[in-house]
Design a protein around this ligand. Structure first.
Ligand code: B1M
Length: 231
């Protein structure tokens, strides 16, 4: 028996907590022992019934939950599996909101084109960065792995004003990261280009002309926010 929250604000807080716990709906037993208890799906439905706008549910509950997970991940309080199940729960909530956003389209803070650079097949970190940007309200266009500069250039041309995120995990592929930044700069000199990945450093980002380096997804989101507010 679950006690019904008194206020809409309390319902939103439940959505936010369920995203962080990875509790998608009543039929899932994540976290263990929670089978039958409402999750993101049920609380989002209740928030809608109570008259909360889809925008409010998105920002104050789903995005807030994912932002919190991103910060806890950066602080080593949670790990990759927790981020993945939180992202899955957020998507369950988003699916409930999508029909309500049909006319105006899903709101978005902007577009981030992201990919792992040429020669590099590592995508776990890049995928986490993409998921947390999505959770923070960005439309994410994921170009995948082993991306030549041309692939980034085409995406930048198709999405004017987008930010670009490059990931590299090998010291050898950091070279193609530099070449990709150079090509993007030639086509779109003002583009914001973020770089990251285990071997990448702040100094290297500066050397290749990237707009900035971030060690983890939460830092990348903060960095992009601050670069945009400087524009
Ligand atoms: Co590879 N691998 N791997 N590997 N692999 C490393 C990177 C390595 C350090 C292992 C080692 O030797 N100790 C080493 C690199 C050495 C170096 O260059 N200095 C290495 C090597 C050598 C190789 C091969 C060459 C091995 C071989 O075949 N001889 C080969 C290369 C293939 C290729 O890419 N062409 C190879 C292959 C593979 C697998 C395919 C088997 C697999 C990748 C599977 C996949 O990604 N789908 C793999 C794996 C899993 C690893 C390790 C074990 C783990 C990488 C990972 O996913 N980490 C790795 C060793 C290690 O790191 N312990 C290793 C978890 C992930 C969450 O972290 O990617 O760093 P990370 O992302 C972080 C941050 O870096 C940051 O945020 C993420 C979350 O915090 N971040 C960004 C990432 N991108 C960002 C972008 C941003 C901002 C932040 O802004 C845009």
């Amino acid at each position: 028996m679950v006690e019904e929250p008194q206020s809409t604000q309390a319902v939103l807080a439940r959505v936010c907590a369920c995203v962080q716990a990875g509790k998608s709906d009543a039929n899932t037993d994540i976290p263990p022992g929670s089978l039958g208890q409402p999750g993101v799906a049920e609380w989002v439905e209740m928030a809608i019934e109570r008259g909360a706008s889809p925008q409010t549910i998105l920002e104050e509950a789903l995005t807030a939950g994912m932002n919190a997970i991103g910060k806890r991940f950066a602080a080593n309080e949670v790990f990759i599996p927790e981020v993945l199940i939180a992202a899955r729960s957020m998507h369950v909530g988003l699916a409930k909101l999508k029909p309500l956003f049909v006319e105006q389209g899903m709101p978005s803070r902007g577009v981030l084109v992201i990919g792992t650079v040429l020669g590099d097949l590592h995508d776990i970190g890049k995928n986490l960065v993409g998921m947390l940007f999505e959770g923070a309200g960005w439309k994410v266009i994921d170009l995948g792995v082993d991306c030549p500069a041309e692939k980034f250039l085409a995406a930048v041309a198709e999405n004017p004003g987008c930010a670009v995120g490059l990931s590299a995990l090998l010291t050898t592929t950091m070279v193609s990261m530099g070449e990709t930044v150079k090509s993007i700069r030639a086509q779109a000199p003002q583009a914001i280009i973020l770089v990251g990945g285990a071997p990448v450093t702040e100094a290297y980002a500066r050397e290749i002309g990237a707009s900035g380096y971030a060690p983890d997804p939460a830092a990348a989101i903060e960095l992009l926010d601050s670069l945009l507010s400087d524009e």
